[in-house]
Design a protein around this ligand. Structure first.
Ligand code: 26V
Length: 819
């Protein structure tokens, strides 16, 4: 009936109210009057999901009728999706309607949004970028599937106990996850281990058979991804590992119950937990199993669908454009080769052409320790057939190098897929380059460094395959959802087209000198700061003042990101105040947030250093509220949505040449924070866009860093020659911050004094001087507001819609399919 249909699809408050009531009653067996927060949350989420699937059915139908349309497959070991409810309501255009609908229930919509737990299936920038790209693909009406792993436990929850990080298991599924749908009927089999054997097929051709030792099932779990105010609904398809048979009945029957479930437990371990490292790979067999598991599921799924839609194996690349999000899915290259050669009978050259035309590879880091390699022994034990294929790819690659550069064996050694120095290992970045038609970096500087340093040999052979695609973020989540105050003000000024046409923000420029607009701009920021202040007090007990300058650094804790440089500045301010308690300084609240990899000792010590400085500073009567230091625990997407809108100053202070792009820098600037930063990653492009007068620049350039190191950098000499620096370093070394363990921070101090690979001391004075310029601008409230408005007005380039358009045009050659 009509009414029934509206209950599933209607977007008006009355239909929504009825939908929520139905879900509560019929699916959860709850009466609205007695429903808990979680009951109401689930009911609302299901009501929203119905409406997403409604769109989803339409976009899938569309593909059925357009077998020529090319589909993007975004292969990523991580998708850091963040909370789904508010973002889906915004994209559907029913946030207000749902808010009104919920007045009839015991818990209002904002309470439910606040209650929602996020799936933390990523470490940081790389996983969040994948999520922003899914939002933009759908918004641009490009058919796409994100393929990844449905980790049972995502990135750990961080608690701070006694100032130290403690990791707790992230049980994001415990209250039920309403956004996904399991599709057991679409499960695929993935094999591991065993041996290979050659045989001659019916046509007399030599073929290879892989006799695997272990079979695992991959069960897809689909989450609908709706674009902003469009009908396109794409898919995030995450795979869960399941044992093929849950019992070994032979063991069970002889009374060995434990042995019977052992195999099942070991199989299901594959999708159990996300590795919480975002820098140094551990080389663990389980991690390689995870990578091959989801990649094999994805490629099989793509091939199956291609053939069901009437395609043939040799036209696979007409249907699919697959992007490798870093090297984590690089084993897709030999996997597609294997399927085309062994299962579909293609010849090598044909299979290789399809493979190269299918894949693109995005590099996300230059850090040498983050470049993945797998020991040949481990790789061969788990994937014997793939190792043979990698060897054959390499044989042909090396032949090619020798043809172009006869006698240049150094080049052959450098470019080989196999690193022969020490234990033999496979260079996954080289495998990804070899198997792709396009390779890209994620910001202009990063791509330059990639081309001139890490991949220079590859550029020399295939210059036209290298591209830059500067990262972007979705303005829907990071402005409309998280900063309704600012979004409302912007819409009132320039209309409501900007969230899907972010360049339109430039129209704000003409309001930058309007006193009335500036005042409203400040009011919005103040409200956001009050909201953050309340959250800080609730989570840490620390009271902060919304009138102070909110100086914020949130990101993974890492030496190259230099949270300790920020701490050195803090202690500089503190020592000034101690020397002269009546000093008129700009009141600051310095907020830190971010997780440290559990095995990264120095990063964990940096967290303890921040909290120790907080303990010293926050209640010191000489400081009298002019300096507050906060470590906001468990930084994740949800916390970010409170923090970015409340920041005045965005700390982007990595050593030049180290941060591939950064995306937090964009989220801050889009919310009116002004950046203090180095010429690193996308900071450079942000500064180019917003104008040098609206950006606080300091520090060595990437070239200067390189030259300084080559000339023999001596951090000790910097320390000796700068009394202010000496004062703060000595304060840390003295044990005054750690009376219970005076030598606690020795490893940090010694690392800075004797090695300082990230040039913290070299950039110290420039940073402190630059912070003085920040103070000067802050004291001129009108000038600060103007710069803040101009930052937002000129950030249009950094919408992930622009990034995705770049990928579509230059890398994937795909076009929108309009409903
Ligand atoms: C690396 C590894 C190493 C092996 C163990 C597991 C693991 C997991 C994640 C990573 C990611 C390292 C690369 C990465 O996250 N890069 C970041 O990518 C962002 C998006 O392009 C970019 O903005 C950041 O600057 C960059 O650090």
């Amino acid at each position: 009936s009509d009414a029934e249909h509206r209950t599933r699809t209607g977007l008006d408050p009355e239909s929504l109210r009825r939908a929520v009531r139905d879900h509560l009653f019929y699916f959860q067996g709850r009466h609205p009057a007695t429903a808990s927060v979680n009951d109401c949350y689930l009911a609302v989420a299901y009501a929203v999901r119905d409406r997403l699937f409604q769109h989803g059915v339409q976009s899938l139908d569309l593909l059925l009728h357009r077998p020529d349309a090319r589909i993007v497959a975004y292969l990523s070991a991580e998708f850091l999706m963040g909370p789904q409810l508010a973002a889906n309501l915004v994209n559907l255009g029913i946030l207000d309607a749902m808010r009104e609908a919920m007045t009839a229930f015991p818990h209002d919509l904002d309470r439910l949004i606040d209650h929602e737990e996020e799936p933390g299936l990523g470490n940081g920038g790389l996983g969040r970028l994948a999520a922003c790209y899914l939002d933009s693909l759908a918004t641009l009406e490009v058919p796409a599937i994100g393929y990844g792993i449905r980790y049972e436990f995502g990135i750990f929850n961080q608690q701070i106990r006694d100032g130290w990080q403690v990791e707790l298991t992230d049980k994001w599924l415990h209250l039920g996850y309403p956004w996904e749908i399991a599709r057991p009927e679409r499960a695929v089999e993935v094999r591991f281990g065993g041996t290979t054997e050659g045989y001659t097929d019916a046509d007399g051709r030599y073929r290879v058979r892989w006799n695997a030792a272990e079979i695992v099932m991959g069960v897809p779990h689909d989450t609908p991804i709706l674009g902003y105010r469009v009908k396109t609904c794409n898919l995030l398809r995450l795979w869960r590992a399941e044992a093929v048979q849950s019992f070994d009945f032979a063991s069970f029957n002889v009374g060995e119950y434990g042995r019977a479930v052992e195999q099942q437990v070991s199989t299901e371990t594959i999708s159990k937990v996300l590795y919480p490292n975002d820098a140094s790979p551990q080389g663990k067999a389980l991690r390689l199993k995870q990578q091959y598991f989801f990649v094999s599921c994805a490629i099989q799924d793509m091939l199956r669908s291609h053939i069901r839609f009437g395609g043939t194996p040799d036209t696979f690349h007409h249907r699919w454009a697959a992007q490798l999000n870093d090297t984590h899915p690089a084993v897709a290259v030999p996997e597609l080769m294997r399927l085309l050669l062994d299962e579909h009978g293609l010849e090598w050259d044909a299979a290789w052409e399809v493979t190269q035309k299918t894949f693109g590879y995005t590099n996300h880091t230059l850090l040498p320790e983050a470049l993945e390699t797998w020991s040949v022994d481990l790789f061969g034990a788990l994937l014997p057939r793939h190792l043979e294929i990698v060897y054959e790819i390499n044989r042909r690659l090396v032949d090619g190098v020798r043809r172009v550069y006869p006698g240049d064996e150094g080049r052959v050694r450098r470019m080989s897929l196999i690193d022969e120095s020490g234990r033999r290992s496979i260079r996954m970045a080289h495998l990804a380059c070899a198997g792709s038609h396009a390779v890209n970096g994620v910001a202009a500087l990063h791509t330059d460094l990639l081309k001139t340093q890490v991949l220079a040999d590859w550029v020399a052979m295939r210059p036209d395959r290298f591209h830059n695609v500067t990262n972007g973020v979705t303005p829907r989540r990071f402005m409309v959802v998280s900063n309704p105050g600012l979004s409302g003000l912007i819409t009132a000024a320039i209309g409501d087209g900007w969230p899907s046409r972010l360049e339109a923000l430039r129209e704000l420029e003409r309001f930058a000198d309007d006193p009335d607009f500036r005042a409203r701009w400040r009011d919005v920021k103040r409200e956001n700061k009050q909201r953050l202040a309340a959250a800080i007090e609730q989570r840490t007990g620390i009271v902060v003042y919304p009138d102070s300058l909110f100086d914020v650094q949130v990101k993974r804790i890492h030496e190259y990101k230099r949270q300790h440089l920020n701490v050195l500045h803090l202690l500089t301010l503190y020592r000034r105040l101690k020397a002269d308690p009546s000093l008129d300084i700009v009141p600051r609240t310095v907020v830190f947030g971010g997780k440290a990899a559990p095995g990264y000792f120095i990063a964990k010590l940096m967290i303890k250093l921040v909290t120790a400085v907080g303990a010293l500073v926050n209640d010191d009567p000489d400081v009298r509220g002019r300096l507050k230091v906060v470590f906001f625990p468990n930084f994740n997407v949800k916390v970010g949505q409170i923090i970015y809108p409340a920041a005045d100053l965005s700390e982007q202070i990595s050593t030049a040449g180290q941060e591939a792009s950064g995306t937090g820098n964009m989220k801050f600037a889009l919310n009116g924070a002004i950046t203090i930063g180095t010429l690193d990653g996308a900071n450079i492009e942000i500064r180019d866009e917003v104008g040098p007068e609206n950006f606080f620049l300091f520090g060595l350039t990437a070239d200067e860093v390189r030259l300084r190191k080559a000339a023999g950098y001596d951090p000790r000499a910097v320390y000796e020659s700068n009394p202010v620096l000496r004062g703060v370093i000595d304060l840390i070394a003295s044990g005054a911050l750690s009376p219970d363990d005076p030598s606690r921070f020795r490893p940090l101090v010694d690392g800075l004094l004797w090695h300082d690979p990230f040039m913290v001391l070299a950039d110290f004075q420039a940073y402190v001087d630059c912070q003085a310029q920040v103070d000067a601008l802050w004291r001129d409230g009108e000038a600060w507001t103007r710069a803040s408005i101009l930052n937002v007005a000129r950030m249009g380039k950094f919408s992930s819609d622009r990034s995705i358009r770049d990928y579509c045009e230059r890398i994937w050659h795909v076009e929108p399919v309009r409903a």
